[in-house]
Design a protein around this ligand. Sequence first.
Ligand SMILES: Nc1ncnc2c1ncn2[C@@H]1O[C@H](COP(=O)(O)OP(=O)(O)OP(=O)(O)O)[C@@H](O)[C@H]1O
Ligand SMILES: [Mg+2]
Length: 331
Amino acid sequence: MTYDELKSKLELIIDPGFNKPFKDVNGIKKLVVGPTGVAELEIYLKDKTKNEQQVKIQIIRLVKIELGFPGIKIDFFESEFVPEGEKIIKYLAVASGKGGVGKSTVAANIAKAMQRQGKKVGIIDADIYGASIPYVLQLEVKPLKSTADEKMIPLSKDGIEVISTEFFMPPEKPVMWRGPMLGKLLTHFFNGVQWQEDIDLIVIDLPPGTGDVALDVKSYVPLSKVIVVTTPHPNASSVAVKAGLGAQQIGHEVIGVVENMSYYLNTCNNKREYIFGQGGGEKVAKKLGTSLLGQVPIGHPTSGDYLFTGTEEAGKTYDEIALKLMKELDL
Ligand SMILES: Nc1ncnc2c1ncn2[C@@H]1O[C@H](COP(=O)(O)OP(=O)(O)OP(=O)(O)O)[C@@H](O)[C@H]1O
Ligand SMILES: [Mg+2]
């Protein structure tokens, strides 16, 4: 059995996620046979969580039993392969150092601004400590329906689709999310949702800080980009820097900073009043080697909910942020 024969046999194995052989989907990135005859492989699967075990058994059977190699070592990864003609869904995770800086409000308003630009958008509310996207969107929470192949159908508010930890919480009972439970839920969020056809962007509202969830996002959607939300006070910004550095350490690309509650626009003289200080956003952007995407003023939408329209001051800021992000995300 030569190396080439081994390789060509392995390449015929099907990645069930794509329903195509590894050869066609670049599923084998490393294949070495050591001096003792042990084969080492790196396998990239479309749906690692679902199919790893099954593919592993298949490979071991082929390599050890059929071909008689004395040993095998396989590492599995999430595939980044995109079949020709298939649209790639872009992901944008919204992070912050601490809570209450307006992360969820910013995430929802960016989604809305993207929609104004003609994009199809969804939101994953992954903030296990305080899911607030349904509230920010004023979304009526109803039991979720699912498709024939058991994918969850997200709820939708004016075309923005949402999947939220909130949908899985028993009412008025705090739930302690522990590692395995949380991981299971997130797996469903990233692999088990039937989003609208041709969806362009999924915005992820992360929990504050640098935690497990950011790490999970990295394993489920390795190409997700991150933005960091901060308030304008320079002291508040150091914790936002930490969150950004944390994301970068995991390997996420931080593509910008949004400064929220930047100023109050005094309508009497049309002057900006910097109630919460100044310079935080710029500082965070600089420390993270990225740019300040925009400064959102203090205030609520005139409509009485939490989403600005494109004609309001904050709405215009969100539109500018959305345009910059579209460029960064290649949308
Ligand atoms: N630019 C703003 N001007 C005035 N109020 C704002 C602004 N942005 C957010 N808020 C308000 O601040 C509060 C916190 O906002 P939000 O829930 O979006 O923050 P968060 O960072 O997601 O918080 P949490 O850590 O609780 O998830 C909300 O009441 C929200 O309406
Ligand atoms: Mg929030």
